[in-house]
Design a protein around this ligand. Structure first.
Ligand code: FE2
Length: 258
């Protein structure tokens, strides 16, 4: 069976108004640039998926710099906000034909459904009635056979402190909306700053490292990990299969402090 589409996901860029800004001892601007250079020299995807926390401060400067960084690659980029983003500023700064803010994107027998979990100025997220209705609608109505849902917050518990303090409040309602639909093949997210590749029933559940700093995986103790910046490549096949993996920069972005 052939490939329907190839994507690269960049997530949790945490760009700031100043390109010199450092978060957790990482220059997020330089780190993102290094990730883009590495990811796009190795592959030419059909599109980019930008899954939230694109900026740390919601500033127009950061969104405009992000746009300027990506436009030369001439790839369509689907964009959703994370908890750190300001959705209006995100849409304003990522404007023009390459940047997509649509709810749906179709690639052959695949439909991507983009959900907004931004819920004001807090770490947690919420889908709410409108997004949940979109899940039910897309899975019930006629359309491409296979569905991949893309959102910022993690819709499953991952055994991290993020499950308690920065979770998706209505994750249970999300899975209720999904129901027993055989069409949902995967749920792809950011937010967790670590790699997740698990399943909920038949649904592949995929989380992706940040383009800057990572959190230590599989512990309820908050902590920074020494893993380098990363990104995810995704291949969707005509028969509904998902091939995917995480790639990392060769060097950590964070200076280890003694
Ligand atoms: Fe986040």
């Amino acid at each position: 069976m052939g490939i329907s589409a190839r994507f690269i996901q960049f997530t949790d860029l945490h760009l700031c108004a100043s390109p010199e800004a450092r978060l957790k001892d990482v220059n997020t601007d330089a780190s993102f640039s290094a990730v883009v250079a590495a990811a796009l020299s190795a592959a030419r995807p059909d599109a980019l998926l930008l899954t939230g926390d694109l900026t740390q401060d919601g500033s127009a400067e950061a969104y405009e710099r992000l746009a300027g960084r990506l436009i030369p690659h001439a790839l369509p980029a689907w964009c959703i906000p994370g908890n750190h983003d300001q959705p209006d500023a995100l849409r304003a700064g990522l404007a023009g034909p390459l940047f997509r803010h649509d709810r749906l994107a179709d690639f052959g027998p695949w439909r991507l459904l983009f959900l907004n979990t931004h819920d004001g100025d807090r770490g947690g997220g919420r889908l709410g009635d409108t997004e949940l209705a979109a899940v039910r609608e897309v899975l019930a109505e006629p359309g491409p056979e296979h569905v991949l849902i893309v959102l910022h917050h993690h819709p499953v518990r991952i055994g991290s402190w993020l499950d308690d303090s920065a979770a998706l409040d209505d994750a249970d309602a999300f899975w209720d909306a999904v129901g027993e639909s055989p069409r949902l093949r995967g749920a792809l997210f950011g937010h967790v700053h670590q790699e997740v590749d698990t399943r909920r029933g038949a649904v592949r559940v995929l989380g992706t490292p940040s383009t800057c700093f990572q959190f230590v995986p599989a512990t309820m103790e908050p902590g920074l990990d020494s893993r380098p910046p990363g990104w995810r490549w995704i291949e969707l096949f005509d028969d509904g299969r998902i091939e995917t993996g995480v790639s990392w920069l060769p060097e950590p972005a964070r200076r280890e402090t003694a």
